[in-house]
Design a protein around this ligand. Structure first.
Ligand SMILES: Cc1cc2nc3c(=O)[nH]c(=O)nc-3n(C[C@H](O)[C@H](O)[C@H](O)COP(=O)(O)OP(=O)(O)OC[C@H]3O[C@@H](n4cnc5c(N)ncnc54)[C@H](O)[C@@H]3O)c2cc1C
Length: 410
């Protein structure tokens, strides 16, 4: 009589998109999968991402898509070659959720929400035999090499055949991903890059009381932003009490953060009227203004008023403000000095984490055979636009495929 040995047991630590995707692939392959998550429910950050409209991926052509991962485009692009935007959309459709492409190319579930998708997915995972243990916190490795798991007041050590760590990055720690695992991996000889805020707001040294009190929260629309020497990027941002935030700032956040790390500050340039050339702006300002103030002249000639006019006044010296040529230059390249990012806990995502060099092709830690990593805890970053979730899903699959190869099941 044939004796069947039990399926190897796999522990997935972290029930975010990366961990759940790994659980899906491994359970489909017939392995016994248990997900452990420290929080009372899984997918909390995924659900939060759905609050303002779940932008799950992007419809732009693959080379541009992959370029969003900048220095790590080669690494992440490799995962996306196996499970990119189109595959992700097909997968979502397979859960009974339709998607649509917005005017900017961003892809959303039709109802814009994350909860129905997560609900359908968790049901399918449970039907496939995945066991989800919530309020189970991984505390690192026990002295015998097992995983130390805390649940309430008790602790247990488990010895799975393979482990996938999908612990998230360091932003919004109250949703579960708190980055406290870094020293545990460092102690095992894993190369790590410090977690830093990404897709975050930045602070100026100090706004004047006028900007702070009258314009904090004001959107700055139809502008462009750039670092010296780079092409301007059009979009919008928001003035905050201490600086700036919003989509345009997030898109440049990696470069801004690097400049601050390198120089102690970042000289960002704002183009307040990107639709007009410098010559057009100067020509408009050179028209006679009679007894009108410069503020009225700006409003009359260029419709520049409100928060834009206030910023121009704030960031231009008195002499330059009075002369059409220098004022036109300021309107097209208004220097805004940013001195620090907002704290990691407030950021949409984090940069840093487990370095590529610490992992093999299947995302297994070279220093800890049998332990794989996936998701935002890996050292890549991307702007908002669906690129974060897409890479998390794709890396979850890549790690699961790595597990299957490691166990000789591929
Ligand atoms: C406000 C906001 C909006 C966002 N909007 C978008 C968007 O529209 N599009 C997009 O692409 N991305 C968006 N993101 C980013 C996206 O949500 C994350 O990149 C993604 O959730 C990361 O997935 P992950 O699986 O790597 O980690 P997470 O989703 O962070 O999941 C990690 C899990 O691990 C668990 N965990 C951590 N440590 C332990 C431990 N020691 N023991 C047990 N469990 C542990 C946590 O409880 C958590 O459930 C947004 C993020 C935020 C904060």
């Amino acid at each position: 009589m044939a004796v069947t040995s039990p399926a190897p047991s796999i522990a997935i630590i972290g029930g975010g998109p990366a961990g759940l995707m790994a659980a899906e692939v491994l359970s489909q392959a017939g392995l016994a999968v248990a997900v452990y998550d420290a929080m009372p429910s899984v997918g909390r950050k995924f659900l939060l991402a759905g609050v303002g409209g779940m932008n799950i991926t992007h419809a732009e052509p693959t080379p541009a898509f992959i370029g969003r991962y900048a220095e790590q485009a080669g690494w992440v692009g490799d995962w996306l070659a196996a499970f990119g935007a189109d595959a992700l959309r097909a997968w979502i459709h397979g859960l009974g959720i339709d998607t649509f492409v917005g005017s900017s190319g961003r892809v959303f579930p039709t109802d814009m929400k994350a909860a129905p998708l997560l609900r359908a997915w968790l049901k399918r995972l449970r039907d496939q035999g995945v066991v989800i243990h919530t309020r189970h916190r991984w505390l690192g490795w026990a002295s015998d090499g097992g995983l130390l798991i805390e649940h309430g007041t008790s602790q247990a050590v488990i010895h799975p055949a393979a482990t996938v760590l999908a612990l998230g990055g360091g932003s919004w720690p109250r949703l579960g991903s708190d980055g406290i695992w870094l020293p545990w991996l460092a102690a095992r000889g894993v190369a790590l890059a410090e977690l830093q805020p990404a897709n975050c707001g930045f602070e100026v040294q100090a706004w004047s009381p006028l900007i702070k009190e009258r314009f904090a929260g004001a959107p700055l629309k139809n502008i462009a932003m750039y670092l010296a020497g780079a092409s301007p990027r059009a979009g919008e941002c928001v003035i905050t009490e201490g600086g700036v935030e919003g989509s345009l700032v997030y898109a440049l956040s990696a470069q801004i953060r690097e400049a601050i790390n390198r120089d102690g500050h970042c000289a960002l340039l704002l183009d307040l009227l990107p639709a007009r050339s410098l010559a057009q702006v100067e020509a408009a300002l050179s028209k006679p203004r009679g007894s009108r103030s410069m503020a009225r002249h700006l409003q009359g000639q260029l419709r520049l008023d409100g928060v834009k006019a206030a910023l121009l006044r704030e960031l231009t010296d008195a002499q330059a403000y009075q002369a059409p040529a220098s004022l036109a230059r300021a309107i097209k390249a208004l220097p805004l000095t940013l001195v620090r990012p907002r704290p990691l806990a407030e950021a949409i995502s984090s940069a840093g984490g487990v370095c590529r060099a610490a992992l093999d092709e299947g995302l297994m830690l070279q220093a800890v055979p049998g332990v794989f990593c996936a998701g935002e805890m890996l050292d890549w970053e991307a702007p908002t636009g669906g690129y974060l979730l897409t890479a998390c899903f794709a890396s979850g699959r890549r790690a699961a495929e790595g597990v299957l190869r490691y166990l000789g099941r591929a």
